[in-house]
Design a protein around this ligand. Structure first.
Ligand code: SDX
Length: 426
């Protein structure tokens, strides 16, 4: 039986249906309000569902994250990023033949056109890698826009393959640009994560010497970051895509949104914060600042719009962090000691307990990436690499069904109608 809710305004009652979810919270379908001239008000969309989706489910209270119904812990333990990309895009885990074909489809699209590489000539070596990645991803539209029919499922699949394939090559190029080094082309003999690390840290013409542990840790980082419902950058991709914009441009908008320190830029901000704290003896000072309403400082890597429990990705990330530190022989990583002290103290204090502020994925991903020798300004680039399959899966899901251009309304609080005043009379 479909439930209904009633809203009564100015003596008029409007009946609204409740739409049932297969998992989690049902939603009140407020689309009928516009006919009655009524808007809802929800800045930041804290209680607003923007779409239907079958891709990822989060239960923030229970700390649950599932891609197409598979728990993130099981995928992180047993799967690979390529398999997760297939799962997010196609909805089912691939059999061996499907996975082999998909991996080959990606590998064959990893090389970047030589002419296109000159886009990096426009950047200085001091440019932030995310500024270069925004431009490079959007620039792919210059190669693939002509003849692209976004309403053709095969064309959408090709765009998805191109974006998942090109992002590690472009990401590595942003890093090589910052160190003034020659670009290294993708090696078709290497798997995705190892290929990326080799394109960053390898030698042109020399076989990869990337350690299996680091490649495995990077692959796991990609899996953990692959999708996360309607987060800010994915919602940006959907909004840009809803105008029927070119997919490379829509994804570039997602890259831009991810860069903010409140979102994907938090992993870089966590490292900067830990370095600023500098010593375990100063942890309480920063926790006090985080609690001070007059101080804009927030504890980077803590809190989440949805998780009001441990971020399940942070738990997996924490374990991976220890494995990488051990492999690298970094026993007493000072930043890790500060991080653990911060986590212990924060979680004992009412301010954080009352607001259900727990460490999120960014709290440990930054330390892991640092232990892997990844420079801090590349952390969000790696987040973008991981998130790429999620972005393209949501774009494809939206385009694959009837949709409307996104166009929120507003609560107007500006001046009422007034007449123009000549400048001589002001
Ligand atoms: C990601 O959406 C996603 O799914 C994102 C993501 C993904 O995979 O796509 O999970 C990735 O972006 C993770 C979040 C990374 N960001 C950070 O770690 C930055 C620090 N965190 C905060 O900026 C904040 O927690 C947000 C932005 C993540 C969430 O903010 P909300 O949901 O808008 O929460 P809020 O600002 O309304 O905070 C509620 C209360 C406030 O205090 P009161 O006004 O109630 O007294 O909690 C406080 C906030 O001041 N608070 C914090 C805090 N986060 C929230 N106080 C100190 N430090 C913090 N980190």
């Amino acid at each position: 039986m479909i439930q209904k809710v009633e809203i009564t305004i100015d003596g008029k009652t409007v009946e609204l249906p409740v739409l049932e979810a297969t998992e989690g919270t049902n939603v009140v379908d407020v689309r009928g309000l516009i006919a009655e001239g009524i808007y809802t008000f929800d800045p930041g969309f804290l209680s607003t569902a923007s779409c239907e989706s079958r891709i990822t489910y989060i239960d923030g209270d229970k700390g649950i994250l599932m891609y197409r119904g598979y728990p993130i812990e099981e995928l992180a333990e047993n799967s690979s990023h390529m398999e997760v990309c297939y799962l997010l895009l196609c909805g089912e885990l691939p059999d061996q033949a499907q996975l082999s074909e998909f991996v080959q489809d990606i590998k064959s699209r990893m090389p970047v056109d030589d002419q296109f590489k000159h886009i990096f000539d426009a950047f200085s070596e001091s440019a932030h890698p995310m500024s270069m990645l925004c431009a490079a991803v959007g620039g792919l539209a210059s190669l693939y826009h002509d003849g692209l029919d976004i309403f053709n499922a095969q064309h959408r699949r090709e765009s998805a393959l191109q974006l998942i394939a090109k992002i590690p090559t472009l990401a590595a190029m942003t890093y090589r640009k910052t160190i003034g080094a020659k670009f290294i082309d993708p090696d078709p003999e290497l798997e995705y994560a190892e290929n990326f690390l080799n394109m960053c840290f390898g030698e042109p013409g020399v076989s990869s010497n990337v350690s299996a542990t680091l490649a495995s840790a990077m692959d796991k980082i990609f899996i953990l970051h692959a999708d996360h419902e309607q987060n800010a950058s994915t919602s940006t991709v959907r909004l840009a895509g809803s105008t029927e914009a070119d997919p490379y441009a829509a994804i570039a908008a997602g890259v831009a949104a991810l860069w903010g320190p409140s979102h994907g830029g938090a992993n870089e901000a966590v490292l900067k914060m830990l370095a600023e704290i500098g010593d375990e003896s100063r942890v309480q000072e920063f926790i006090d600042r985080a609690k001070d309403k007059d101080d804009p400082f927030k504890l980077m890597g803590f809190g989440h719009r949805v998780y009001k429990n441990f971020d399940p990705r942070a738990t997996v990330m924490q374990a991976s962090c220890h494995a990488v530190l051990e492999e690298q022989g970094i026993e007493d990583e000072p930043l890790l000691k500060i991080a653990k002290q911060l986590e212990t103290i924060a979680r004992e204090q009412d301010y954080f307990i009352d607001r259900k502020l727990y460490p999120n994925i960014d709290f440990y991903s930054g330390i892991t990436l640092k232990a892997m020798g990844i420079p801090t300004n590349m952390f969000t680039v790696i987040f973008a690499m991981g998130r790429m399959p999620g972005w393209v899966a949501h774009w494809d899901e939206m385009l694959g069904s009837p949709f409307k251009i996104g166009r929120p309304r507003q609560l107007y609080l500006g001046p009422s109608k007034r007449d123009y005043v000549d400048i001589n009379d002001r």
